[in-house]
Design a binder for this molecule. Structure first.
Ligand code: ADP
Length: 720
């Protein structure tokens, strides 16, 4: 197991030390080589500098290899090995200065081997899926660029040298510079394809190789000119190259050297532009240069290699592109098939569903409608697409006034993102007939941008359900009606019996008759309630709406309920008087008030108080009944206005109610154009509020109406 890198702080400290040591060494050797020391002394300085920097680079690379894992470990290990090999050539050079000259360039061979090792190490720096084609293109880029740079050097430097009789050695002049350029190019290409924290370390490696390459090229020119002595400032390049590589090794390791290279599938435009740009320069230099010289055969071979290499490179890229295209085509085909399948499934789903479904755009135009929806509306699907849904099939109000588009749930969904659930409405068929529907409308929100792209409405024809309800109610009212007459006679007879008309009844019989009388009275109340409700819902309840004293109404209701309150030990209290008048049907509003007071009394604890009050709010009079009873859960405050709804199923038994009182009360108040609602806090009490329009100050003329248009809802404050 490798020991792994030290803590980040320690690594930063080590890097700082490396920077200080590296720059100190570089400046020292620079000062020495720039001084006017003798040639021999400077040569010794150079050799020492090379050895010192080289040893440091090797040691640093080895440490970094120990810190790293996987490919990085191998890369740094190979780089350190290349350093050892290169150093050994320096040592050889020093030990046997003659060996490099003549026919056996041993040290040059060793340097070449070090360069090949370095190139190999670079291949391990990239840990992305190393596809052979990527590596091949990268190596070819390096080779072509290296050869092209060499071509330029040959034309510009060696040719004139050869023309003046200068000698260009094969290794120092050609092979090593070529390998150098390949190395620097591969490092640059790799750097370009690397992202993440290692980029800077790799940048330093590339910089080191570039400095090295430039120095080797300078050396090649010097060697071609016959000068092979060390000790000039040129040698600083090698020293700097080693130091930069050493510094790269101390660059902090992140996340155990896990690299995050971006895989580059195929060569990119940049690489192609660089490769062909340099090639072009090489051709231009060749065309513009003198041409002739002793390197003609070699140049021809290089040209051949260049052109061949470029051809192979392009071939590889073309193959890669073909491969990519084929892969993409397969993907596109698969995705298209998936999408088609999804489309078919959605279509089947939409056309199989029995409910009508239509979508609208932000202007309310139908974008799609399912076959059931179109059939319910009596249109073909195509006829509806593009139409303004609200204008085409949203029915007008009962009085024939078109329903304003602004208040339509489609507009609310699209504009204000309001979801309407289970709302009742009427739609118009193509033949002009209307039918009742129950709808659910929601906004269509784009999941990515969050914008509303339109709305979707699901509707169901509830004609049949309504018909069933109507028949049921009719049946209920007929039965109730038929029951009323015999029940009145039963109640009368029981009343007479209980009143002792036939003499005192023996004790068990008397109690039994009392119970029977109470039950018959309850039954009568329920039948009356059912009949009232039926009349309200069928619209046949006639109202005598005229100005009524608010205090008078409350006083009557108070009086009627006094008996019940006393029997329950509950005190009815009237708050400060309200001298205003309301537009109301006297009997019906007293009926509503007595129901509210009755509930308050029934659900109040003995000894408590029920408070009756009234206040004027703008054009409306709000009458209130406040109790200190058990309260009503918030989620039931609305539902208990439905028929037969009670908070607790035991309420019917214990309090003798039927669950119809509030439904009747709301029916009556709404027929007045008023509003009735409850506010409550569990365990604290309930306030019933009944709002009606105040009578105009001068109004005295009574009006007999059965409609609700006398008192508009606008006059009544909304429930809080
Ligand atoms: P009924 O009183 O005949 O049962 P209502 O429609 O008048 O029918 O009332 C329905 C239900 O609402 C009652 O059964 C009771 O559960 C609840 N309720 C109404 N008023 C109050 C109140 N003031 N306090 C507590 N519960 C109430």
């Amino acid at each position: 197991m490798p020991p792994g890198p030290p803590a980040a702080r320690r690594q930063r400290q080590l890097l700082a030390v490396a920077v200080v040591v590296g720059s100190g060494l570089f400046l020292t050797f620079w000062a020495l080589l720039a001084s006017d020391l003798s040639g021999g002394a400077r040569a010794t300085v150079s050799a020492t500098g090379l050895l010192t920097a080289g040893v440091l680079a090797v040691a640093s690379g080895a440490v970094r290899a120990r810190w790293s894992t996987g490919g990085r470990r191998r890369a740094w290990g190979l780089l350190a090995l290349a350093g050892v090999v290169a150093l050994s050539s320096n040592v050889l050079n020093e030990a046997f200065p003659e060996a490099a000259i003549g026919e056996t360039p041993v040290t040059d061979l060793v340097i070449a081997a070090a360069l090949v090792l370095s190139i190999t190490s670079l291949a391990y720096f990239t840990q992305v899926t190393r596809r052979p084609v990527d590596l091949a293109v990268m190596a070819l880029d390096g080779l072509i660029l290296g050869s092209a740079v060499l071509m330029i050097a040959a034309s510009r430097v060696y040719d004139p040298l050869a023309a003046t009789g200068g000698d260009v050695p094969l290794f120092a002049g050609l092979v090593i510079p070529a390998l150098d350029v390949v190395l620097a190019t591969v490092a640059l290409v790799l750097l370009r394809r690397t992202r993440g924290p290692d980029r800077l370390a790799l940048g330093l490696v590339a910089a080191g190789f570039i400095v090295y390459t430039m120095t080797d090229l300078g050396w090649a020119v010097r060697v071609a000119g016959g000068d092979e002595s060390l000790g000039t400032q040129l040698d600083l390049g090698w020293i700097a190259g080693y130091l930069l590589l050493g510094l790269a090794a101390w660059w902090p390791v992140r996340v155990r050297d896990v690299p995050r290279e971006v895989s580059v599938a195929g060569a990119e435009d940049w690489d192609t532009a660089v490769v062909f740009g340099v090639l072009l320069v090489a051709v231009l230099v060749e065309v513009m240069g003198e041409g002739a010289g002793g390197l003609l055969t070699l140049e021809a071979a290089l040209w051949l290699f260049l052109i061949g290499g470029a051809g192979v490179r392009q071939g590889l890229i073309a193959r890669e592109n073909r491969h990519l295209r084929r892969h993409l085509e397969v993907q596109v085909r698969e995705r298209t098939a998936d999408l088609r399948q999804m489309g078919r499934e959605t279509e089947v789903l939409l056309s199989s569903v029995a409910d009508g479904i239509y979508g609208v755009d932000t202007e309310g135009r139908v974008t799609f409608v399912n076959p059931s929806g179109a059939a319910m509306l009596g249109y073909a699907v195509d006829e509806l697409t593009g139409c303004l849904a609200h204008d085409v099939f949203h029915a007008a109000a009962d009085d024939g006034v078109p329903f304003p588009a602004e208040d339509c749930y489609i507009t609310e969904a699209v504009r204000y993102r309001i979801v309407s659930n289970g709302e009742e409405d009427h739609y118009v068929r193509a033949d002009g007939a209307t039918f009742p529907v129950e709808i659910t409308a929601s906004p269509l929100v784009d999941s990515e941008t969050g914008d509303v792209r339109g709305g979707v409405v699901v509707f169901r024809d509830v004609t049949q359900r309504r018909e069933v309800e109507r028949v049921k109610n009719e049946f209920l009212s007929v039965v109730s009606h038929e029951l009323r007459t015999p029940l009145t006679s039963i109640r009368g007879s029981l009343g007479l019996l209980a009143g002792g008309v036939l003499g005192d009844l023996p004790e068990p019989a008397g109690a039994m008759v009392d119970r029977a009388l109470q039950s018959s009275e309850r039954l009568t109340r329920m039948i009356n309630d059912i009949l009232d409700l039926e009349r309200i819902e069928s619209g046949s309840l006639a109202l005598e709406v005229q100005p009524q004293d608010v205090d008078g109404l409350l006083a009557i209701a108070d009086r009627e309920m006094a008996g019940l309150a006393a029997s329950r030990d509950v005190r009815l209290v009237r708050a400060a008087g309200c001298p205003a008048q309301v537009m109301a049907d006297h009997d019906r509003i007293v009926q509503s008030l007595t129901n509210l007071i009755g509930n308050a009394v029934k659900f109040s604890p003995p000894g408590s108080v029920v408070e009756l009050g009234a206040r004027q709010e703008g054009d409306a009079i709000v009458m209130s009944v406040v109790d200190r009873g058990r309260g009503i859960p918030a989620d039931r405050l609305e539902t208990i206005f439905d028929r037969f709804e009670q908070v607790d199923s035991s309420d019917m038994r214990q309090q003798g109610g039927s669950g119809l009182g509030l439904a009747i009360c709301r029916g009556i108040v709404e027929r007045h154009g008023g509003r009735v609602w409850l506010e409550s806090e569990l365990g604290v009490g309930t306030t019933a509020l009944l709002a009606l329009r105040a009578a105009p100050a001068a109004s005295a003329a009574p009006g007999s109406v059965a409609g609700s248009d006398q008192v508009g809802p606008a006059a009544v404050p909304a429930s809080t």
